[in-house]
Design a protein around this ligand. Structure first.
Ligand code: CU
Length: 290
């Protein structure tokens, strides 16, 4: 019997500790790609550790007391009502712990909220069910486009194998330069949406009739994916966010290309809505899903 248990434990350990299982065993935040993201990540880890130590100390003491000082062993409850020392201690110790937590939490929160002096400002508008990006200030000012789900019909209806970025790909990603402070203004045109990109540690509600702002400065190039994070109706799960962080040179080239495209569309502003989906016709996907 014990051999069986040992084998089962060994098998379980192999499964849990194997590289494949580790890759799928993702419980934590995604790896941050911004300094503020790193601060949030560290804060989360440290506070969780403090909570864990308190949990062990409190429940350890509790369980030990229940076991070691049980009535059947003849223990009588100690009486220390209105004991000044105890009362001072259990006020001061939690107070000190709270201050130790509040200090870094507050400075991090202030850093997250500090949207001053951005290099590029982009207004993000949530629609049922797509995102609109308007570059308001900085390099790229005037660029404006819609970003729609780009997953093909076949994958959604199960007639084709699902791609690597199933439901997390868009036709027009938000393109920003690496190392620059990007200020994001969020608003919405119908219901509340939320612009959420985990690796950038940015999550900001987009409320109709209000402007909220947030910011990020990506420290490395890459493609970062997010999703609408506020239940906004039937296609809430079909409005992904893709942020393309590129080198300043690539960004300038992208800006030039967009400007050229927009000049071509200037004669007919109505094209803006349809131009976005040449490749995949997201409007069709929506109609088909209904
Ligand atoms: Cu939404």
């Amino acid at each position: 019997m014990s051999v069986k248990i040992f084998r089962a434990a060994a098998g379980l350990a192999t499964v849990v500790l194997s590289a494949g299982a580790q890759a799928a065993f993702e419980l934590n935040f995604q790896t941050p790609v911004s300094k503020v993201g790193e601060r949030v990540y560290d804060l989360h880890t440290v506070i969780l550790l403090i909570c864990f130590v308190i949990f062990i100390a409190v429940f350890g003491t509790l369980l030990y007391s229940v076991f070691a000082h049980r009535k059947s062993k003849g223990h009588v409850a100690a009486q220390f009502h209105e004991n000044t020392t105890v009362e001072v201690l259990w006020t001061i110790i939690p107070f000190v712990i709270l201050v130790l937590i509040a200090w870094p939490a507050t400075t991090t929160l202030l850093a997250m909220r500090d949207t001053a002096e951005p290099d590029v400002t982009v207004k993000v508008t949530g629609y049922q069910w797509e995102w609109a990006y308007d570059y308001l200030k900085g390099e790229g000012e005037g660029i404006s486009f819609l970003s729609n789900l780009a997953t093909p019909h076949d994958q959604i209806y199960g007639t084709a194998a699902k791609g690597e970025h199933y439901l997390r790909e868009v036709n027009n990603p938000l393109v920003v330069p690496v190392g620059k402070k990007i200020r994001i203004l969020t608003t919405a045109n119908d219901v509340i949406h939320s612009w959420f990109v985990p690796e950038l540690f940015v999550k900001q509600d987009a409320n109709p009739g209000f402007i909220r702002d947030t910011w990020f400065r990506a420290e490395k190039e890459g493609t970062f994916r997010g999703q609408c994070a506020e239940l906004c109706g039937k296609d809430h799960g079909f409005m992904p966010i893709v942020v393309e962080v590129v080198s300043p040179e690539k960004y300038s080239a992208w800006v030039a290309e967009q400007k050229k495209k927009m000049a071509g569309l200037a004669d007919d502003p109505g094209k803006r809505a349809t131009e976005a989906g040449e490749a995949v016709a997201p409007a069709d996907i929506k109609t088909a899903r209904r």
